[in-house]
Design a protein around this ligand. Structure first.
Ligand code: ZN
Length: 136
């Protein structure tokens, strides 16, 4: 899992470091550096630990398998919508940068991709008991 810097602005590039950062087992945000002593941290904050506990209890009561979660349909739909926007932007940019585009086209492509990707910053899809509302 890569580090999420969350510090990008349209006129700057972001760097993402993969593999070196441990992630919270609930929200997937990077964990702070490990302390020299004690047990390794698994969660970034007590709220994440509590939600993970509640999710494990819910999964157990629903007889879900390891790695299966229940999420709110509206939350999943919103994520899919944002991913669709990003996918469409990628297709736009691939077309715009085909051939030998002028340098300004790369800047416009970056801004277009940034606009499409920005709503995904900080998105966390969480399982929770409130996700049990069936909406099909
Ligand atoms: Zn967390």
């Amino acid at each position: 899992m890569g580090e999420r810097t969350g510090q990008c602005r349209p006129n700057y590039f972001c760097t993402v470091t993969k593999g070196a950062v441990e992630a919270c087992q609930w929200c997937r945000r990077p964990l702070p550096p490990r302390a020299a002593t004690g047990r390794p941290r698994r969660f970034c904050q007590p709220a994440c630990r509590q939600r993970a506990y509640e999710a494990r209890r819910l999964a157990s009561s629903l007889h879900l398998g390891v790695g299966e979660v229940v999420v709110a349909k509206a939350e999943l739909d919103q994520l899919h919508d944002r991913l669709y926007v990003l996918e469409a932007a990628l297709e736009d940019v691939a077309g715009d940068l085909a051939g030998s585009p002028p340098a300004v086209a790369y800047r416009e492509a970056f801004l277009h991709l940034y606009e499409a990707a920005a709503p995904l910053r900080g998105v966390v899809v969480e399982g929770s008991p409130s996700a049990l509302v069936v909406d099909v």
